[in-house]
Design a protein around this ligand. Structure first.
Ligand code: PLP
Length: 408
């Protein structure tokens, strides 16, 4: 474990009640398999009625039995809500950490992590091809509050080590990265971060906990946009943090309540419903992506296919070491340059032209003009001929036919 940053270790405050600790029988210990945890962890049948599915507790406040005696610790839904608790417990179980916390969006989760661990004058190392919104959070918001950052190539351990400064509090990593699908060696970077007294945060959005569990490889905190694979149905925005260490987890829980960017009960419920099928969905995403990557690799109008499952990918070996399979995201560079890349995006019929990823339906986008437009002119600018696919779980032959007509 790294030295805990002062802002974490030094803070003293009243402990936010942990309703989830009370009144739950642990039917699902960590000895259960992933799919079992996805369906049952945090989701015991409801005590009063036996409802099999955690109800949507659409309430802002809770009646108290006496002054200072809230029932099971619930007093106000920003601080605690049973539907959110069910989701939080489930995510903690899936990532293998003691504390899971959910938020209104992935960026809200990131902001909470940053402002829990860092103070003005601190420094963070970020991926040089970070998710566009993450980069914007650092460059346009956190920097104004005095937080310094250095983009580094996270697939290069030496480059990350060189970017670390005495005031570095977090080494922030995405793996696979977005949209270039670079692979970071989580175990190696954990060692580098811990040597410097920094935390390793891993944005696990692209892999999902089914394919990769960063805490098992030494990460201190896992970040998710649950909007993507975790929710999986493109119907809800949300974010999550899972801490490897209870003390850090409780600091984050304090800030979750103090900063207030929580998700509502219905959003938590939808996300939890999505999680139940995460394992089977991810396997089909991977099956389809493997077929499509192989098809694109042989296509004359495609200059380069970027998919960690291909032996040609520079991060293939590291990915094979830390991931169960290689995911549903594929990027490729159009042989005909930017014009052709844009044309392919405009011509697909089944692949919907849209931002976001990780849903059951296939999506296509042009990162340079869409998700990563905010990185234009920065060190994080992406190639103009790049196309990104989020391969869904439709019939793969239909997806192949759609790409064939769009490339043709
Ligand atoms: C979408 C995304 C985010 C931001 O999450 P929101 O839910 O959109 O706020 C962060 N990281 C990655 C890798 C993402 O894809």
């Amino acid at each position: 474990m790294p030295t805990t940053p002062d802002s974490v270790a030094g803070a003293t405050h009243g402990r936010v009640p942990r309703p989830a600790e009370i009144g739950r029988t642990n039917v699902c210990g960590m000895s259960h398999g992933f799919e079992t945890l996805a369906i049952h962890a945090g989701q015991d049948p409801e005590a009063r009625t036996g409802a099999v599915i955690p109800p949507i507790y659409q309430t802002s406040t809770y009646a108290q039995d006496a002054v200072g005696a809230p029932r099971q610790g619930y007093e106000y839904s920003r601080s605690g809500n049973p539907t959110r608790d069910a989701l939080q417990e489930c995510l903690a179980a899936l990532e293998g950490g003691p504390v899971g916390l959910t938020f209104a969006s992935g960026l809200a989760a990131e902001d909470t992590l940053l402002r829990t661990v860092c103070k003005p004058g601190d420094h963070v190392v970020i991926p040089d091809d970070a998710y566009g919104g993450t980069y914007r959070l650092f460059a346009k918001v956190a920097e104004r509050w005095g937080l310094e950052y250095t983009p580094a190539k996270v697939s290069d351990v030496d480059a990350v080590r060189a970017a670390i400064r005495p005031n570095t509090k977090i080494v922030w990593v995405e793996t696979p990265t977005n949209p270039l699908l670079g692979i970071a060696d989580i175990a190696a970077l954990a060692a580098v971060a811990h040597e410097a007294g920094a935390l390793l945060a891993v944005d696990n959005t692209f892999a999902s906990p089914y394919l990769q569990q960063p805490i098992a490889h030494g990460a201190d905190v896992v970040v998710h946009s649950t909007t993507k694979y975790v929710g999986g149905h493109s119907d809800v925005v949300g974010g999550a943090l899972i801490a490897a260490d209870r003390a850090l987890g409780e600091e984050l829980r304090y800030h979750q309540n103090a900063m207030g960017a929580v998700n509502g009960p219905f959003d938590a419920w939808l996300t939890l419903r999505g999680i139940k099928t995460l394992g089977v969905r991810m396997d089909r995403h991977c099956d389809n992506a493997e077929r499509i990557a192989a098809y694109l690799e042989g296509h004359a109008k495609v200059a380069q296919v970027i998919y960690p499952g291909l032996p040609s990918h520079p991060g293939h070996e590291v990915a094979a070491k830390q991931m169960r399979r290689f995911g549903g995201m594929i990027s490729f560079r159009a042989a005909g340059g930017e014009e052709q890349a844009v044309e392919v995006c405009n011509r697909t019929k089944l692949f919907v032209l849209a931002e976001s990823l990780g849903g059951v339906e296939s999506l296509i986008e042009h990162p340079g003009r869409m998700t990563h437009a905010s990185a234009a002119g920065s060190p994080l600018e992406v190639p103009a001929d790049l196309v990104r696919l989020s391969v869904g779980i439709e019939t793969v032959d239909d997806l192949l036919a759609d790409l064939e007509q769009a490339l043709g």
